[in-house]
Write a protein that binds this ligand. Structure first.
Ligand code: KG4
Ligand code: ZN
Length: 335
């Protein structure tokens, strides 16, 4: 089955072509980062309009790269949510219009299921069951995964997502959007032990997270440094490192607990923050002690992309799932 995957939930237009047997044939991504840079965050209306401009050309681009035509397509998967409603509607409209014209099944899939399954696109995919840490701009969740659609929520953030905390910290440090990779790059120049940030909610049992207190702690630290006239590049790097270490430690402690609690020996990390090198290293070290293995997608498939949507959609389309005639668009959609 040849599936076209479409991702337009936020600020990346992602398209991919996946063949059930041959795997990923082609993928393309257009990032709107430059478009939103001056605004310090994603402007929903600008995002939708840009998806309209880029989506169909990208679809034709991946088809051409794979030596296929629209007529070769056998199914279409698109992100139905969660995300920005206008942006989601662009992907849903194009998917349904193409599907209707070609007479092939169309299915809206959950964006976070896409992230969760992205490591399946790699050479050594994890077998079920596994524990997944989903860390993106909007979500921080620990999920037990027993199969496609068999998800048990083990814990989640009670306030901000880890990626959101990275983005807000970036702003406080005067870094551009998107902040995660920039905070990580700045942290490389930080000195260990200059600041000690809290590891929220690790001193009590359970698998939930909270990152808003850490955000306030960062703000107070930044303001104190400014007041004392020593908010220079070195201090900014020290704060970035202290913040990043606190997030990594917190996530690592909860992942270790989740592995212990479930008895699972496989840990999958997915979502934008799973591209973070310090997080990967911290989790690898912890997993080694637990006799467990860590799985993640290549960096470009950690952040939003069409390949993960094609993969998640393919699993469900093959099982006979399809949308009706209506475009599915669910801006807020728990997994
Ligand atoms: O999964 P994603 O692309 O979009 C959502 O579904 O939210 O995740 C984006 C988030 C942003 O908050 C971004 O700052 C963060 O992932 N991120 C990172 C890194 N790369 C992306 N955070 C920390 N370190 C990174 N290397
Ligand atoms: Zn995402």
């Amino acid at each position: 089955m040849l599936i076209l995957g479409i991702e337009t939930s936020c600020d990346e237009t992602g398209v991919a072509l996946l063949d059930d047997e041959q795997g990923l044939l082609a993928h393309a991504l257009y990032s709107q980062v430059d478009l939103h840079a001056d605004y310090g965050g994603v402007v929903p209306e600008l995002a939708s309009r840009d998806h309209v401009r880029k989506l169909l050309p990208l679809c034709d681009q991946v088809l051409a790269e794979a030596g296929k035509t629209r007529q070769d397509l056998e199914g279409i998967a698109y992100t139905a949510g969660p995300g920005l409603v206008g942006a989601l509607m662009v992907g849903g409209s194009v998917a349904h219009a193409l599907g209707f014209a070609l007479g092939i099944p169309v299915l809206g899939v959950h964006h976070m299921e896409g992230h969760l399954l992205a490591p399946m696109l790699e050479d050594n995919p994890p077998a079920f069951p596994f524990v997944a840490l989903l860390v993106s701009g909007g979500h921080t969740q620990l999920v037990r995964v027993d199969g496609i659609g068999e998800y048990e929520m083990l814990g989640e953030s009670v306030d901000d997502a880890a990626g959101e905390a990275f983005d807000k910290t970036a702003k406080m440090l005067g870094l551009d959007y998107p902040g995660g990779p920039r905070v990580a790059a700045l942290a490389e120049k930080g000195r260990e032990g200059k600041y000690r940030f809290p590891r929220p909610m690790t001193d009590r049992p359970g698998l939930d997270f909270s990152f808003s207190g850490l955000k306030t702690f960062t703000l107070n630290t930044v303001n104190a440094a400014k007041d004392e006239g020593r908010f220079d590049e070195q201090v900014q790097a020290d704060i970035a490192l202290a913040f990043e270490s606190a997030v990594v430690d917190t996530l690592t402690i909860k992942c270790r607990r989740a592995l212990e609690q479930t008895g699972c020996k496989r840990l999958v990390i997915a979502g934008g923050v799973s591209a973070n090198k310090r997080l990967r290293a911290g989790l690898e070290k912890m997993a080694e002690k637990q006799n467990a293995s860590v799985f993640y997608a290549r960096p470009e498939f950690c952040t939003d992309n069409g390949a993960m949507i094609a993969y998640a959609g393919a699993q469900r389309l093959r099982g006979g799932q399809r949308d009706g005639e209506r475009i599915v668009s669910v801006p807020r959609w728990p997994m």
